[in-house]
Design a protein around this ligand. Structure first.
Ligand code: ASP
Length: 418
């Protein structure tokens, strides 16, 4: 797609690359929050409008992109291979994530020596069984799935429609053309909405920074630090490592290419909400084909939550330390197993990981009330884990694209402003 080169624009605002404007929005948002405190909520509607506009794009964008991608691929076997690789990579990276979270909490001991009380009750959740997940994949009514934004069901229907359109050949062409044109319009609309991102991010971050005083953050500074450190390490070691080793790709280009998505993930704390931005990064900056990105990213935004897995590991061990409970090797094994399942069951919306934490806690016999200790600062942790969730989806998309010959390395390696 030919987009105007921003560097050639006579207008200064247009000459600055979008990611720099978004980062500036983030920094200014933190400053405004720190200076104005609660009064910074004044800017929240800016953020809400932005998030609503992105969410408006999710269903039509995912649906049309996937139908177009599948009809362009023309090979159901290839689809099957892509599906298997995607799931395998998602599971592998999640297992690494939770192990890194556990290790970080075990080394840095964020809960030792803390004295905190808690009293609010939390309802235990239930991890979905594999059979439940499989049965729930097939929509009874695709319009209902579209209306409710049930991404996995939408994916199943879009794959079915895409394959059928391919199979009926010439007769399917008019519909394919309609979808192509519709998908292109949705991509354009995403670009338009994204031009508002610097203001939206500013509004969201100003509100968050203004609502958390140091008195709530300081006692928990260590666990926040450990969760952030584990998240950064996961992205830098596991994602960059896999890209370099399995994909023979320069990880720096990946990190640069996903910046927009990371800032939106950080400020919105929703990987589903970030999906249109992730699709845009995959296509424009990483050079992944529409078919691969249109399938791998929405699946990831629904089931791949590495940041949430890290968080489950860090917080479970933190709470055990806080309560002076010694965890056995079996407990650690259980945390890895239930944490992986819980992260798969976590919805890509703000705060979902906190609710799913109760599965892990119940499994190793920790009192659910203890979740209240971190509930007050969960948003700060949520912002970091959502970044990792989104970064993981984009990493797997890049690797799958590369393995299927669906990655344009000229775009991936391009040094131009993004
Ligand atoms: N907020 C996270 C996401 O959207 C999910 C979570 O709460 O862990 O990715």
């Amino acid at each position: 797609m030919s987009e105007q080169d921003p560097a050639a624009s006579p207008n200064l605002w247009q000459r600055i690359p979008l990611w720099q404007k978004i980062l500036a929005g983030l920094v200014l948002g933190v400053l405004a929050g720190a200076l104005m405190g609660e009064r910074a909520s004044l800017f929240k509607p800016l953020g809400d409008i932005f998030i609503n506009a992105i969410k408006m794009l999710i269903v039509p964008l995912v649906f049309s992109t996937l139908v177009v991608g599948i009809t362009a691929m023309r090979d159901p076997q290839k689809m099957g291979r892509i599906g298997l690789r995607t799931i395998a990579l998602y599971l592998l990276t999640t297992a690494f994530a939770i192990a890194i979270g556990l290790l970080a909490s075990w080394i840095f001991q964020p809960g030792v020596g803390l004295d905190m009380t808690f009293d609010s009750g939390v309802d235990p959740q239930k991890a979905p069984t594999l059979v439940e997940i499989l049965v729930g994949l097939v929509p009874q009514n695709p319009i209902d799935a579209l209306a409710n934004g049930n991404i996995l069901q939408i994916i199943v229907f879009a794959i079915g429609l895409g394959i059928s359109l391919t199979l009926i050949g010439e007769k399917g062409e008019p519909v394919v053309k309609v979808f192509e044109s519709f998908a292109e319009a949705m991509v354009k609309l995403t670009n338009i909405v994204m031009s508002f991102a610097p203001f939206g991010v500013f509004g969201l971050i100003a509100h968050v920074a203004g609502s958390y005083g140091l008195e709530v953050l300081l006692p928990l500074a260590k666990v926040i630090g450990v969760a952030y450190l584990a998240s950064v390490l996961h992205v830098l070691l596991v994602y960059s490592g896999l890209l370099a080793l399995l994909g023979r790709l320069n990880p720096l280009r990946y990190l640069q290419g996903i910046l927009d998505a990371l800032v939106v993930a950080y400020s919105s704390a929703s990987s589903s909400g970030t999906l249109p931005v992730s699709l845009r990064c995959a296509r424009n900056n990483l050079g992944v084909s529409e078919g691969v990105a249109g399938f791998v990213l929405p699946v990831g935004a629904t089931i791949n939550m590495d940041g949430t897995a890290i968080y489950q590991g860090v917080v479970a061990v933190f709470i055990a330390q806080l309560l002076g409970v010694d965890l056995s090797m079996t407990d650690y094994g259980m945390i890895i197993l239930t944490g992986t399942l819980a992260s798969i069951g976590t919805a890509g919306v703000p705060g979902a990981g906190l609710v799913m934490l109760s599965i892990v806690m119940a499994q190793i016999g920790l009192p659910l009330e203890a979740i209240a200790v971190i509930a007050g600062i969960d948003r700060i942790l949520d912002m970091a884990r959502t970044c990792v969730n989104v970064a993981g989806d984009l990493m797997v998309t890049t690797l799958v694209g590369k393995s299927e010959g669906e990655l344009d390395e000229d775009v991936y390696n391009a040094k131009s402003s993004r």
